[in-house]
Design a protein around this ligand. Structure first.
Ligand SMILES: NC(=O)c1ccc[n+]([C@@H]2O[C@H](COP(=O)([O-])OP(=O)(O)OC[C@H]3O[C@@H](n4cnc5c(N)ncnc54)[C@H](O)[C@@H]3O)[C@@H](O)[C@H]2O)c1
Length: 381
C-alpha cells in the first residue's frame, strides 16, 4: 500500500503569502483546515473529469466534518478560459446563494484555478478562496503566484488580478491520474528555472529524466514536485512581486503565449513555453549573449530528454506572432521587451527589470529562421 507522505507547510514569499499545505495522501486533513475559519458554506468548483475522479472523496470529507457545501462544475479546457465562462461561473455561484461568508475552492489544473481564483476575487469584491491544484503545473507553478486570469480576444491572460487564496493545498496523489504529457509539460517550466537561475537543477533533471516518466511512483512525484516548488520559491524569495528579478520566470513566455493562444490551447502551456524558450535562446545567441552550446542545451532537454516537438505550427505566420507580441504584458510604450539569457543560470538585466528591448526586425529574422529550421510535425509530445 502507498504510504502517506507527511504534510508539510511553508510560506510562499508572495505578498500576501498564503500558507501552502503540501504532501502525499493528505486530503483527509482538508476538513480540519477549513474548519479553522468561520463560514456559511463551501463552494467546490471543479470540472467533470475531476468530479468523476475525486468528487466522492471530497464530498465525504465535507460531510464527515459537517461542512455545508455545494459543488459547481465548469467546462474544461484552455479554450474556455474566457469572459463568457467566467461570467457563467460568477452568475451560477450567485444563483446558488454564495455570500461574503462563503469559501470557494478551486479544484483542478492551472487553467481552472486561474478562472476560479478570478471569480473569487470578483464576487462581492472578494470571497475567501482555497486553491487545490491537481496537476504538476498547478502544484508547482501556477499556485505560487497569486495570479488569476482569463484570456482576451487577442492574447493570453490579458484580464486578471493578483488575488491570494487563504491557503494552498497540494496533494501529490492527484498527479497519478494526470496525463504523462501533462507531467512533461510542467517539467519544461522546471527546466526553465534551471536555465534562468540554477544550473544545478539541470543536472538533477538530466538524471531524473533517464527514468521512465510514465512509471514515476507517488513518492517520485512528491519528490519531483517539491524540488520544482523549491526552485520557484528561491526566485520568489528574491522578488515576491515578480516585477524585477521575478520577471525571469517569464523566460520563453512571450513566444510561448503566442503559440498557446493561436492554437487555442491545442498546444498546451508547458509545451508552448518549451518552444518559446528555444526561440528566446536563439535570440539571446543571435544578439551575442550566449553560446551555441547553451542554445543546444535547450534542444537537448526538450527534444532528446522529453521528446517534445519544438517547432512552430505551420499555420502560424511570423507576422501573426509579431502582432501578438503587441498584446503581451511585457510590451511598453517603446516596444516589446523580452526575457533573455546571459549565461546558464542568469538572465540579462540591462535596466534593472530583467527585460530587454529588441528591434522588431531582429526578432522577425530569428523567428523566421527558427520556423524554417524546425519542420512542423503534428505530434503534440
Ligand atoms: N498563474 C500562473 O502564474 C500560471 C503559471 C503557469 C500556468 N498557468 C496557467 O495554467 C494553465 C495550464 O495549467 P495545467 O498545465 O495545469 O493544465 P490544465 O489546467 O489545462 O489541465 C490539463 C488537463 O488535465 C485535466 N486534469 C487536471 N488535473 C487532473 C488530474 N489530477 N487527473 C486527470 N486529469 C486532470 C484538466 O481537466 C485538463 O483537461 C494555463 O492556462 C496557464 O496559463 C498559470
Amino acid at each position: 500500500m502507498t504510504q502517506q507522505i507527511k504534510m508539510i507547510n511553508f510560506k510562499t514569499h508572495l505578498s500576501p503569502d498564503p500558507t501552502y499545505y503540501f504532501g502525499n495522501r493528505i486530503t483527509h486533513e482538508l476538513g480540519k483546515l477549513i474548519k479553522q475559519y468561520d463560514f456559511d458554506k463551501v463552494f467546490l468548483v471543479t470540472n467533470d473529469i475531476l468530479l468523476n475522479l475525486y468528487g466522492k472523496e471530497l464530498t465525504n470529507i465535507f460531510d464527515q466534518n459537517a461542512i455545508p457545501h455545494i459543488v459547481v462544475t465548469i467546462p474544461d479546457g484552455e479554450h474556455h478560459k474566457n469572459f463568457s465562462n467566467l461570467e457563467n461561473l460568477c452568475e451560477k455561484l450567485v444563483q446558488n446563494q454564495i455570500s461574503k461568508g462563503s469559501i470557494i475552492i478551486g479544484f483542478g489544473g492551472g487553467c481552472l484555478t486561474n478562472i476560479v481564483g478570478l471569480a473569487a476575487g470578483l464576487i462581492f469584491r472578494g470571497i475567501r478562496y482555497i486553491e487545490m491544484p491537481t496537476t504538476l503545473m498547478g502544484i508547482t507553478d501556477s499556485t505560487l503566484s497569486n495570479k488569476q486570469a482569463i484570456c482576451g480576444k487577442t492574447g493570453k491572460n490579458q484580464f486578471g488580478m493578483y488575488y491570494a487564496p487563504i491557503f494552498l493545498f497540494g496533494d501529490t496523489k492527484y498527479l497519478l491520474s494526470e496525463s504523462i504529457s501533462g507531467r512533461k509539460f510542467c517539467i519544461t517550466e522546471a527546466i526553465k528555472n534551471g536555465f534562468i537561475s540554477d544550473g544545478n537543477l539541470l543536472e538533477y533533471f538530466d538524471t531524473k529524466l533517464d527514468e521512465d516518466i510514465a512509471a514515476y511512483s507517488e513518492a517520485d512525484l512528491n519528490e519531483l514536485a517539491l524540488k520544482i516548488i523549491q526552485s520557484k520559491l528561491k526566485i520568489l524569495k528574491r522578488d515576491p512581486s515578480e516585477k524585477r528579478y521575478g520577471m525571469t520566470l517569464e523566460y520563453g513566455h512571450t513566444f510561448g503565449h503566442a503559440i498557446e493562444f493561436f492554437t487555442d490551447g491545442q498546444i498546451p502551456h508547458g509545451l508552448s513555453v518549451a518552444k518559446g524558450m528555444c526561440i528566446a535562446a536563439e535570440l539571446s545567441h543571435y544578439l551575442g549573449y550566449i553560446s551555441q552550446a547553451l542554445v543546444d542545451k535547450h534542444y537537448y532537454f526538450f527534444q532528446n530528454k522529453l521528446g517534445l516537438d519544438i517547432s512552430i505550427p505551420e499555420h502560424m505566420s511570423v507576422d501573426d506572432m509579431m502582432k501578438s507580441f503587441l498584446a503581451d504584458n511585457k510590451k511598453t510604450a517603446s516596444g516589446v521587451k523580452y526575457v533573455l539569457l546571459k549565461e546558464l543560470g542568469e538572465c540579462l538585466n540591462p535596466d534593472g527589470d530583467y527585460q530587454v528591448f529588441v528591434e522588431p526586425e531582429i526578432v522577425r529574422k530569428v523567428l523566421t529562421e527558427y520556423k524554417n529550421k524546425h519542420a512542423y510535425s503534428s505530434k503534440i509530445a
